[in-house]
Design a binder for this molecule. Structure first.
Ligand code: ATP
Ligand code: MG
Length: 445
């Protein structure tokens, strides 16, 4: 993309309404625009990151064997009356009446609707296990929408639902979600710690939240600092292997890590003092096993191997897709702006032309631009007729992890400069070498 033809409405001033750094930088980098309290438009740069985050979520869900579907945002109140949640859900549910006086609602989550799909089409244990998921907008009429996309009213969520014949199979689905989430967050450059949590309106007793540590997080968390060193990394996971998946979950949950809702001071005090940490965290996901809570009330029965009709065992599993953008920025920024991890960056590299209109500089930039695109990468070429300082400020603010700086002086010696946004370190090399190096960096992402 050439910046002169793009739509990147960056702000010079700090917007007064933004209290936390991610909100400030998302507004300043022209990623989002607020339309009403907690409701945002996604401008081109923000949409690019959102799509990359979604893509990682899709890939990791499908790697675990889960199947994508798409359900409507609007649901009928009657479906929610069947589970009894229409009245229980309270003020957070946005209730709507259509012209025929039918009661509708904008879905805050989809347990009822997915159970309705299941009961219409699945009858036998032979069709199990089954896990369906979607990435779809949700609406919760939050009392205090704030911090930009962190606590919106309309927000994008991945919600997945497992259906299993018995409790063991459903607990395997729970574990599968935990492991797939670990890889999902790691690919986004995040350390998200699974913590034992309380279940809230979804119901059930088995539940973990995934928390990214950040001083601006809304949850208070208590953990053994050794938990932050755990990495799933590149290890091969066979998602059908119950023992392997369970042992990874065990590895990631045996150390103490809890939110304030489940915190146990006596247990916490048993951790060696220097490893005992109290901090704040951002909830970026949650998994639940709740058994037959919905299948019983809504009549989602299957025939088991003995020929009996039994309610299917279920769980649900959410990732805060739009919230993740805020969480990533909270975890990765400096005074100048965002520092995108390579896994989610909106453009792979910036090309900064120090002297637009100079025949050689323009030709070298075009060559690098074409070279990166030929390698399947998406560079952002700052071809504006602007001062170098302004171009640097823009690429720093929008957080592109690599910058290739091209100017007549360097070109006389046959070199351009490759700079890391994260370390600030620069290296001179030929334009071809810069293309090769950037391609190599992304080959491993
Ligand atoms: P919270 O405790 O933050 O209100 P929750 O526990 O009610 O969230 P879940 O039902 O577990 O939310 O939803 C799954 C994920 O969706 C959460 O882990 C979070 O990342 C995200 N999420 C929930 N509410 C919001 C919101 N208002 N804005 C943005 N993301 C949200
Ligand atoms: Mg939650």
């Amino acid at each position: 993309m050439r910046l002169s033809r793009y739509f990147l409405p960056v702000l010079k001033e700090n917007p007064a309404e933004a209290q936390i750094v991610s909100h400030r930088f998302m507004l300043r980098a022209g990623m989002i625009k607020q339309q009403s309290a907690g409701i945002y438009s996604w401008l081109p740069l923000g949409l690019r990151v959102l799509r990359r985050v979604e893509q990682i979520v899709h890939e990791e869900q499908q790697r675990a064997g889960h199947i994508p579907v798409l359900m409507p945002t609007l649901q009928s109140a009657d479906l929610w009356r069947e589970s009894g949640r229409y009245d229980d859900y309270g003020q957070e549910m946005l209730r709507i009446t259509d012209r025929q006086d039918r009661e509708m609602l904008y879905g805050p989550t989809n347990e009822e609707m997915i159970t309705d799909i299941f009961r219409a089409h699945v009858n036998s244990y032979k069709d199990l296990p089954l896990t369906l998921y979607q990435i779809q907008w949700k609406f919760r009429d939050e009392m205090r929408p704030r911090f930009g996309v962190m606590r919106g009213r309309e927000f994008l969520m991945k919600d997945g639902y497992n259906f299993d014949i018995d409790k063991d199979a459903a607990l395997h689905a729970y574990n599968r979600h935990m492991v797939s989430y670990l890889r999902t967050y790691e690919r986004m450059g995040l350390t998200a710690i699974p913590m034992r949590a309380a279940s809230g309106p979804i119901g059930g007793d088995n539940t973990h939240e995934f928390l990214v540590l950040a001083s601006t997080g809304e949850s208070e968390v208590f953990f053994d600092s050794a938990v932050t060193d755990l990495k799933l990394g590149e290890r091969e996971v066979d998602f059908d292997n119950r023992a392997q998946v369970a042992s990874i979950c065990q590895e990631f949950t045996k150390l103490y890590a809890r939110t304030d809702e489940t915190h146990d001071a006596a247990l916490f005090d048993q951790i060696p003092e220097e490893r005992r940490k109290v901090a704040r965290g951002i909830e970026v996901g949650q998994i639940f096993f709740f058994g037959t809570k919905y299948s019983e009330s809504m009549g989602a029965l299957v025939t088991n191997a003995e020929g009996e009709r039994v309610p299917v065992q279920m769980g649900s599993h959410g990732i805060g897709v739009s919230r993740l953008l805020g969480a990533i920025i909270e975890a990765s920024h400096d005074d100048k702006g965002i520092i995108w991890p390579e896994g989610v960056t909106p453009f792979h590299a910036a090309i900064v032309n120090l002297k637009q209109g100079d025949t050689e500089a323009d030709a070298a930039c075009d060559g690098i631009y074409q070279g990166l695109r030929a390698r399947g990468l998406d560079p952002l070429y700052d071809d504006r007729d602007a001062r170098a300082g302004e171009k640097f400020a823009t690429t720093d603010l929008i957080g592109l992890p690599w910058r290739i700086t091209v100017g007549p002086r360097g070109l006389k010696n046959g070199v351009v400069e490759l700079t890391s946004r994260r370390t600030g370190e620069s290296e001179e090399m030929s334009p071809e070498a810069a293309v090769d190096r950037v391609a190599q960096i992304y080959a491993g992402v």
